[in-house]
Design a protein around this ligand. Structure first.
Ligand code: GTP
Ligand code: MG
Ligand code: NA
Length: 340
């Protein structure tokens, strides 16, 4: 297994930003799907996980940036809703993230939920990059698609470049007000001091290689400690709880540490306080094979867990794998359930 060999797990990448700025469309590009078009009212209502393995990552990035060496075993993306009503899900996604993409409509600039997202990222000290989206709507655009920003920029006229720069400087200035120093990624010399802005068009699949290249570089440079794989303990966060008649209770979960197997005992928060239960089945959504059952999975992964007991599980709760005594996990879960 890749994770065992180089001892890194997949970084969890949270995609945050204002409603309709293009988060889901951007993820559609990355995974080759059309989820955004199928959403009711065009609005994302929940957190969804997308796993990009090393092969796919390598294929997309190396097409343009041949010299990038990829050491991480892939990336696990988490989509979040941008609508004002879903601030709890943005916060949950932000808490899980090792790194994030802040999506900003380049023609609109910072909006209320962009600022809310920035505050979440600051609170958790999460490094992030900015995807300046919808560059196809800038005047004088010479159309292109399925290319890196680098390639598309080369064929644009000076008028377009000027309009693009105007909008980027606008975003740079707006971010500066929030204490963030940023620049277009290809003009940055020190990524420890400056946040990278990557111009993209999610609609035309432009800039995806650039985004993945910058994310990979940041993760490999700055996250080595956070993404060390360890199977000493197993932990996840429950994103969504469903009670499905015959199936019992299912928990959509982001596993961020360790290994989880069928039959494992886990502790989690319920309406009646911390409880233990057993993992009856683990389901994963694989892009080419649909929903599949797995005997075990290792972090990071988006999984659906079926549990053996009918419990009133609290959405957002941690799950902690129990080896012998649940006492310590119960203490931790009790602390977590107290409002701060
Ligand atoms: P929420 O999840 O509801 O917050 O929205 P979102 O940020 O996921 O945005 P979504 O991907 O649903 O896109 C919103 C609208 O913008 C859709 O109609 C997309 O087709 C459109 N859109 C997204 N990216 C681009 C782009 O690069 N260019 C243009 N022209 N339209 C885009
Ligand atoms: Mg969306
Ligand atoms: Na939307």
């Amino acid at each position: 297994m890749e994770t065992a060999k180089n001892n890194l797990r997949e970084p969890i990448v949270c995609v945050l930003g204002h409603v309709d700025h293009g988060k889901t469309t951007l993820l559609d590009d990355i995974r080759g799907t059309t989820v955004a078009k199928k959403e009711s009212g065009g609005i994302t209502q929940k957190i969804g996980a997308t796993d990009i393995n090393k092969n796919l990552l390598e294929k997309i990035v190396k097409n343009t940036f041949r010299n990038v060496s990829i050491k991480i075993p892939g990336l696990l993306f988490i989509d979040t809703p941008g609508h004002v009503a879903f601030s709890n899900m943005r916060a949950r996604g932000g808490a899980l993230a090792d790194i994030a993409i802040l999506v900003i409509d380049i023609n609109e600039g910072l909006m209320p939920q962009t600022i809310e997202s920035i505050d979440i990222l600051k609170k958790f000290k999460t490094p992030f990059i900015i995807a300046a989206n919808k560059i196809d709507l800038i005047p004088y655009f010479i159309s292109a698609k399925n290319k890196s920003f680098y390639e598309v920029f080369k064929i644009q006229r000076p008028e377009y470049r000027e309009e693009l720069d105007k909008r980027i400087y606008n975003i740079i200035n707006q971010l500066y007000v929030h204490g963030i120093s940023s620049d277009r990624y290809d003009r940055i010399s020190d990524f420890t001091k400056t946040f990278a802005i990557v111009p993209v068009s999610a609609k035309l699949n432009i800039g995806i290689a650039d985004i993945l290249m910058v994310l990979t570089g940041l993760a490999q440079k700055f996250l080595e400690n956070e993404i060390k794989f360890s199977d000493e303990s197993t932990r996840g966060t429950v994103i969504e709880v469903k009670k499905e008649g015959s199936l019992g209770t299912t928990l959509d979960t982001i596993l961020y540490q360790g290994i989880l197997a069928r039959g494992d005992t886990i502790a989690l928060n319920t309406a009646n306080g911390p409880q233990t239960t057993k993992v009856k089945a683990i389901l994963v959504n694989s892009s080419n094979k649909g929903i599949m059952e797995k005997d075990k999975v290792s972090a990071a992964a988006g999984i659906r867990i079926l549990i053996t007991d009918k419990l009133d599980v609290t959405p957002g709760t941690s799950i902690i794998k129990i080896l012998d005594n649940p006492e310590q996990a119960f203490e931790e879960l009790t602390r977590e359930s107290k409002p701060n």
